[in-house]
Write a protein that binds this ligand. Structure first.
Ligand code: OGA
Ligand code: NI
Length: 369
């Protein structure tokens, strides 16, 4: 999601950083042309407000390509047949307990709808600036918006990407409310996300040993936010990040990445690449599913380094609990020997803490003693 480090909620004073950061950020923001605009204008150096401190940057000595770990790939083919289903549910359980992430193939979303979705995101960002800037906004009440880093104005280090987001919290968006460049593709792709989320709710419920309709009944996994990223090629990728290390404050995230790759996950203290597989969708467990499952399923930290090759495109569908629902460890899991680890909360309270922790997991704040 879109998180950047912030100092409380105050603007980062420029002199603390040795230059007038606020002024540079404001000038950049006013162009409404995004990071892509910087690249188009021919920058060969990463501007200071996009430079991250060395401790947040990938360590070039620890290349994820050298680890022997492999993110699980699960084939959903035949999930409706009972004996295949048992195998699939078992694989999902293992991956969710040990990795918090897996790739899925044969998930039922047509590859053509996925390819069109990625093309549409690219087309949106690459259309003439005059058309695109109509959508430039950080107003949370605006359901469709384009921006560079939601927290640009309060962050210490911005990330090398532009985004367009679609908020389905208040129901389906009418077609006319979507930018022409991605209207058809978004509405088509979103229909598939709704279908896929139903299947995943069932498979995850079974993987937790609960009744098939359990997660649907507690309304904790509704497709709600669609966040599409455009990561332009970066001239100095070792100074900035596409997306800094974070966990998702969702229940579950379904991510579509293009064939450039770049997504990395932290597994047993190693950064591991999530290699692009054409037609695959990446599923990662979010913080709220970890909370609800009392740590049975694990939310996973992930990041996207900046790259020399681009643009890289991705599209993340966040499945969130209904705002009205109280969220706490599922009663069926609790016993004297397995007491609740977390207190009850609501998504709004959780999201506020997650933002205040600059995108890092806020689960510790909700731990009971
Ligand atoms: C996110 C995210 C990864 C990507 O939006 O939360 O982790 O590959 N995106 O863009
Ligand atoms: Ni994420």
């Amino acid at each position: 999601m879109d998180f950047t480090s912030s100092v409380g909620n105050k603007l980062v004073p420029g002199d603390e950083l040795g230059y007038d950061r606020a002024k540079e950020v404001k000038e950049f923001d006013e162009t409404k042309a995004g990071v892509k605009g910087l690249v188009d204008s021919g920058v060969t150096k990463v501007p200071r407000f996009l430079i991250h401190p060395p401790e947040s940057l990938p360590n070039p000595m620890l290349s994820p390509a050298t680890t022997h770990f492999q993110v699980p790939v699960i084939d959903l083919q035949g999930f409706e047949q009972s004996c295949r289903r048992m195998e699939i549910v078992d694989q999902i359980r293992k991956a969710s307990e040990t990795w918090g992430i897996f790739q899925m193939i044969n998930h039922g979303v047509p590859v053509s709808a996925m390819d069109k979705m990625l093309e549409a995101v690219q087309q949106f960002h690459e259309q003439p600036k005059e058309e695109k800037i109509k959508w430039y906004s950080r107003d949370l009440k605006q359901p469709v918006k384009y921006y560079t880093n939601m927290n640009l104005l309060v962050s210490k280090a911005a990330s090398w990407r532009d985004s367009i987001s679609f908020d389905f919290k208040y129901g389906p968006l009418n077609l006319a409310a979507l930018p022409l460049a991605c209207r058809e593709s978004v509405s088509e792709y979103w229909k598939h996300m709704i279908e896929l989320s139903k299947t995943l709710k069932e498979l995850l419920s079974e993987a937790l040993g609960l009744s098939t309709d359990y997660l649907a009944n507690i309304e904790c996994m509704k497709p709600e936010l669609f966040l599409c990223h455009y990561y332009p090629a970066c001239p100095e990728p070792y100074l900035t990040l596409g997306t800094k290390k974070h966990s998702d404050p969702s229940s579950l995230t379904i991510l579509l990445q293009d064939n450039i790759g770049g997504l990395q996950v932290l597994h047993q203290d190693n950064w591991v690449n999530v290699p692009p597989v054409h037609g695959a969708l990446v599923v990662n467990i979010g913080d709220l599913l970890q909370l609800i499952t009392n740590d049975k399923f694990r939310s996973v930290e992930h990041r996207v380094p900046a790259g020399r090759i681009g643009p890289r495109i991705s599209a993340a569908c966040f499945l969130n609990p209904s705002p009205a629902r109280k969220l706490g460890p599922i009663k069926e899991f609790l016993s004297d020997s397995n007491p609740p680890i977390y207190r009850e909360t609501h998504i709004s309270e959780y999201a506020a803490h997650h933002t205040s922790k600059a995108g890092n997991s806020a689960l510790s704040h909700f731990k009971l003693l």
